[in-house]
Write a protein that binds this ligand. Structure first.
Ligand code: ADP
Length: 476
């Protein structure tokens, strides 16, 4: 591949490194390998952590103005290499090239945001209740940060952790998903070009996610772990991190509801549904998983949604016209097939789709009359399937939407302003899209409640995740 950012090496302490043992990365659209990377071990991981710890000693005292300039420089380099980054992303994740370009921009918006926000890590002066002592707080970077990221957003899930960490004065060991590590290495190449001191940013590549994850979560030297991925793995990392009382941020699975009320603008709702359901072939943690439609508008919404879904173009993401790519792998495809078969067995009707096209490509699908006891109602499908449920009253709709252990994103459509406030306040979710199917924004706090996670990414709150408050008491 002619792409200056495509590098088959890991990045440690300012150097690109190889190893004897490697693993292959597969293009999910063609099922062919696109390249291989070092399959590094737990022992290697210990070296990465040590280097990050050593680098932290000087990085933390580097003025924030300088740290910010480097993050800003990285932002500029990502902009300059937008097409190369997007190409790597599509080849390893299968997502349509237009979506990859949008992701590069979105990922980079965290670099821009935190390069600025890092300068505003203000402390406070606090009035003393007794005597004349002077009380103050300052904020300082936590220390070595371990970041573990998933395959569905190969760059954005990294930058929303790495940008605030670096500007806050932390150093980073990143372990990207083994399905999509080339985007992370491309970022390392640009960080190297930007001129970050050695050891400040490191990328470890490995097939041994469990072993590396455990080392990062239990190491005394790592002061914070930030993870995006499944609730199951998040739970394991939280348990492991308990041994050293590490700070932890978790952005875990969702099971997003999408409510369409009788007062909704149906055309707008269909547009939001397509955007919120089919981006990345339904493989995002904020993807709509359950469509609850109020009875008066159920038939109209189902008809219009089905017509829109039938128009979606499925194919290899490198083709400009493609709107829906393949699933990431066989187990992803099997989950979709299993959920659809289960829904059909419990009485659902196929409005469109419902079959594998070939290899990892699945037809964009609409199922109506889905029973609330179907698997799709309680588990994240992570695929291009719309499951439609009917409800009668607002209370019933909200109750069904909240009937899940998860609470990441939720969406609803209504033109009734009082209903908008009522429902937004009642939904048990960290984020609510009101007449909006896409909600992510670097300036807004992204995160979940219940078993969808801990902490927030992006926004002014996203910086706090990487800083400790220190209280200073100046005696009289
Ligand atoms: P997904 O369904 O998105 O693959 P995972 O939680 O399985 O979600 O994976 C997210 C990230 O966590 C990936 O980088 C993966 O390699 C890593 N991972 C998987 N299992 C573990 C584990 N036991 N400990 C730490 N990281 C893990």
């Amino acid at each position: 591949m002619k792409n200056s950012l495509f590098i088959e090496k890991a990045y440690h302490n300012g150097s690109f490194i190889s190893s004897e043992k490697t693993f292959e990365v597969i293009n999910p659209a063609t099922l062919k390998p696109i390249g291989s990377l070092p399959d590094l071990t737990v022992k290697d991981c210990q070296k990465f952590i040590k280097s990050a710890d050593k680098a932290w000693k000087s990085w933390k005292t580097t003025p924030v103005g300088e740290r910010s300039k480097l993050v800003r420089r990285l932002f500029e380099l990502i902009n300059e290499h937008r097409d190369e980054m997007a190409e790597i992303m599509t080849l390893e994740s299968g997502k349509p090239i237009n979506e990859s370009q949008t992701e590069v921009d979105y990922a980079n918006s965290f670099m821009e945001w935190f390069a600025e926000e890092g300068k505003r890590a203000y402390g406070e002066t606090i009035p003393s209740l007794a005597g004349n002592a002077r009380l103050q707080t300052i904020k300082q970077g936590i220390g070595v940060v371990a970041a573990i990221t998933p395959w569905n957003f190969p760059l954005a899930m990294i930058t929303r952790k790495v940008a605030p960490a670096l500007v806050a004065g932390c150093t980073v060991v990143l372990k990207p998903a083994s399905q999509t590590p080339f985007s992370a290495i491309a970022l390392a190449k640009l960080a190297d070009m930007a001129g970050f001191p050695k050891g400040v940013f490191n990328v470890i590549t490995s097939k041994d996610s469990k072993g590396i994850g455990k080392e990062l979560a239990t190491s005394q030297l790592v002061r914070k772990i930030s993870f995006t991925g499944s609730t199951e793995v998040g739970r394991t990392l939280m348990e492991q991190a308990a041994s050293t009382i590490k700070r932890i941020s978790l952005e875990l699975g969702g099971n997003a509801p999408f409510l369409v009320f009788n007062d909704a603008d149906i055309d707008l709702a269909v547009k939001g549904a397509i955007a919120g359901k089919f981006r990345n072939t339904g493989q995002t943690c904020v993807s709509i998983n359950r469509f609850y439609v109020q009875e008066d508008v159920y038939a109209a919404f189902c008809k219009k949604l089905t017509a829109a879904v039938k128009n979606l173009v499925v194919g290899n993401g490198m083709k400009k016209t493609t709107q829906v790519g393949p699933l990431i792998n066989k187990s992803g495809l099997e989950k979709v097939e299993h959920h659809v078969a289960d829904a059909l067995a419990k009485g659902a009707k196929i409005e469109t789709g419902g079959k594998v096209i070939k290899d990892l490509f699945y037809e964009p699908t609409v199922l109506s009359n889905v029973s609330p006891d179907s698997l799709i109602a309680s588990e994240e499908t992570f695929g291009p399937v719309c499951a439609l449920f009917k409800f009668k009253t607002e209370d019933e709709g909200v109750k069904m939407a909240n009937d899940t252990p998860f609470g990441l994103a939720s969406y609803f459509y209504s033109e009734n302003v009082k209903q908008c406030f009522r429902v937004a306040e009642q939904l048990e979710a960290g984020m609510v899209g009101i007449n909006a199917g896409l909600i992510s924004n670097a300036s807004a706090p992204f995160g979940g409640v219940k078993q969808s996670g801990l902490g927030r990414e992006g926004s002014k709150y996203g910086l706090e995740e990487y800083m400790e408050i220190k209280y200073l008491c100046f005696g009289e």
